[in-house]
Design a protein around this ligand. Structure first.
Ligand SMILES: [Cu+2]
Length: 680
């Protein structure tokens, strides 16, 4: 039996292989550690809740309202398994501000990117987050967002990267408005003749809590008995430490209201809008429209012995809703300590000059934003009007077409050429030049339709959103328009009807990138985007009842380039039976509930197992070799490389089966001369 003497425990090739494995393995591990997969499981159901101290039913996720926050880093993959526990309604969830490049089927828009998830069934969204910013998610089927189906979605920079501004702590505010009537009642009202408008909200909610008919101020001032706060509606308190800078992320998922946010005695520095850095500017308050988000920096540099009010009030519509108040509580002051200064007053609701001057200050940060292409290749003008169908039903229309969504999702319908599922005639690219936007529509009658604007890949598209008089004289409303699948450059705003004279007013130098932009009463807004994201994207007014009444258009972009639509996304309408789409059960995501799997650990464990396995294998080979009397001190990989012995002047490690060797093939003298091996 071979005996080992002075033999290194691990031979050189094994050591080299071992070290390379570790370097290679850690390379993979580190790259995976930078981008993670974030798993969530969302069970959607109606439940009793008291968002504003009045018990009602809300659409909750996993038994909470609002839904759980999603947090990820740039380049992470977010996987959300949505389980529809509703007994009679379908459901979808849209990831507002996420561009869904390569995954247009995950945009979460019923009838557009996918079929509603049936009651009792589930659907898994999987998408990459490629841009840092303040976002949110919400229902996009019927009016489910207004029923409370929303939550926040924050994307941080990659680990180790720094924001272009500094702050100490972060506060996240998700704003919404709340009605005591159900969305079913609201929706039936909207489609009734005569229409029953939803009216103004009962309460403004901050992170899902508000106080109906009883502001924090009432409570502190009068301790009135009707102000009975429960856990679910306890006033929101921002606990802050003096002399620190806070990044306050503010997103609005309101159904209707345009809001204004201000903190008494404090100014704020606006640094982000809709997930894009802006040229920082200081302001006492911000206007925020439904679908928008901002980050502001606030420094707690006021008298430290005081607390301060922050206030969120309604603008743009004659408000009937009390402003929501929250306490800016300077620690260690008691929460019960009443601020000396009054709450900031919401600017006058119809002071549009003030609104415009704020909006015009939102400009691209010089450092972090790309400029728009200097010219457009296609321009579409969209006239916003309020109309009637058959002289009765009130609708909103764009270029005289009120959008009604088809039962087959556009994405599948266009991909598979199912032309009977929607109007094949594209909607008009513009409206009559002589249309008078200052008066109600002379012929208020309109038509419903579901045609699409089709874009070739790479088209540079300008959209001129043109506001006009609604059905009532001297009335024109604010509409915040939101585009899916894109950020767009906001080239400008203007009064009256857009004309060629306005062309020179467009800002091509530093227009901000946004995903939501407002049109002011009787005015126009110009935007530009590049059609470089294959998919079908809705562009619509983010006011929930307005979209329900037809205020939107559909953009189809190079759909032939869309691949791998999960079959379940199309299991309805004509795509359900279309033979190109086999209906197979959707695989479950690798993990169920819980926010984050430490993928890093899986890699480390896997790596350790592989390296140990290789090591053991190497050691075994080595020991076997020793027992069979081979020498290992002069090793060569030549036989593996296909080199002949004549090319080698050394004994080959590959010559494992020594008995098969001939004398010519082997070099016995070398073996014998080997002092390490001794004869048995
Ligand atoms: Cu609108």
């Amino acid at each position: 039996m071979a005996k080992v003497a002075n033999q290194p425990l691990f031979p050189l090739p094994f050591l080299v292989f071992f070290v390379l494995s570790i370097i290679f393995g850690f390379g993979i591990t580190l790259s995976k550690a930078v981008s993670q997969t974030r798993y969530y499981k969302f069970e959607v159901d109606y439940m009793f809740w008291s968002p504003d101290c009045v018990e009602n039913i809300v659409l909750g996720i996993n038994g909470t309202f609002p839904g759980p926050p999603i947090r990820a880093n740039v380049n992470d993959t977010v996987v959300v398994e949505v389980i529809n526990n509703l007994s009679t309604e379908g459901v979808v969830i849209h990831w507002h501000g996420i561009l869904q490049r390569g995954t247009p089927w995950a945009d979460g828009t019923a009838s557009i990117s996918q079929c509603p998830i049936n009651p009792g069934e589930n659907f898994t969204y999987e998408f990459k987050v490629d841009k840092p910013g303040t976002y949110f998610y919400h229902g996009h089927f019927g009016m489910q967002r207004a029923a409370g189906l929303y939550g926040s979605l924050i994307v941080d920079l990659e680990e180790g990267k720094k924001e272009p501004f500094q702050y100490d702590e972060e506060i996240n505010l998700l704003l919404s408005d709340w009605w005591h009537t159900s969305i079913q009642e609201q929706e039936v009202g909207l489609k009734s003749n005569p229409m029953r408008w939803i009216g103004e909200p009962q309460t403004i909610l901050i992170n899902g809590t508000g106080q109906f008919n009883c502001t924090s101020l009432d409570k502190y001032n009068t301790s009135s008995e009707h102000c009975e706060w429960k856990d679910q509606c306890a006033p929101f308190v921002l606990k802050v430490e003096p002399n620190k800078t806070y990044r306050i992320r503010i997103a609005s998922t309101t159904s209707l209201s345009a809001l204004n946010f201000g903190i008494a005695n404090h100014t704020m520095l606006v640094v982000e809008a809709d997930g894009n850095y802006v040229d920082p500017f200081e302001t006492s308050d911000i206007d925020i429209y439904s679908g928008e988000s901002y980050s502001v920096l606030v420094t707690t540099n006021q008298a430290t012995t005081q607390n301060y009010w922050a206030s969120i009030g309604v603008r743009g519509r004659k408000p009937k809703t009390s402003p929501a108040l929250l306490l800016f509580n300077y620690l260690p002051n008691s929460v019960a300590k009443l601020p000396i200064s009054p709450p900031p007053e919401t600017p006058k609701w119809d002071d549009y000059d003030r609104s415009k001057s704020f909006t015009n200050r939102v400009l691209a940060s010089a450092m972090n934003t790309t400029k728009p292409p200097p010219i457009f290749t296609r321009r579409i003008s969209l006239l916003n009007t309020q109309n009637r169908i058959n002289g009765k039903f009130t609708k909103w229309a764009i270029n005289n077409i009120s959008l009604t969504l088809p039962s087959t999702p556009y994405l599948g319908a266009i991909k598979f050429g199912l032309n009977s599922t929607f109007n094949q005639t594209p909607p008009p690219e513009t409206f009559p030049k002589n249309y008078n936007i200052k008066i109600p529509p002379p012929n208020p009658n309109t038509n419903t339709g579901n045609g699409v604007y089709r874009f070739r890949s790479g088209e540079i598209v300008d959209v001129i959103l043109q506001n006009a008089n609604a059905l009532t004289n001297n009335t024109s409303e604010i509409h915040p328009w939101h585009l899916h699948g894109h950020d767009f450059w906001v080239l400008g705003f203007g009064e009256g009807k857009f004309s060629t004279a306005d062309e020179t007013k467009l800002n091509l130098q530093n227009p901000p990138l946004k995903n939501t932009v407002v049109i002011f009463p009787f005015g126009w807004t110009a935007i530009r985007f590049v059609a470089d994201n294959p998919g079908v994207w809705i562009f619509h007014c983010h006011i929930e009842p307005h979209l329900d009444m037809g205020m939107g258009v559909i953009f189809a972009e190079a759909v032939e380039r869309v691949r791998e639509i999960p079959p379940y996304a199309l299991a309805c309408g004509r795509t359900a039976t279309h033979n190109v789409v086999p209906i197979i059960p959707q695989p479950k995501p690798p993990r169920g509930p819980g926010p984050v799997i430490p993928y890093f650990m899986l890699w480390v464990i896997g790596l350790v197992i592989i390296v140990c396995g290789i090591g053991l294998f190497g050691v075994c080979l080595y020991r076997i070799g020793l027992r069979r009397g081979y020498t290992f001190n002069n090793l060569s990989w030549r036989p593996y490389l296909g080199l002949s012995d004549s090319q080698s002047n050394q004994i080959e490690f590959s010559d494992l089966s020594r008995s098969n060797l001939t004398q010519e093939e082997s070099n016995p003298t070398q073996e014998e001369s080997n002092p390490i091996l001794e004869e048995p």
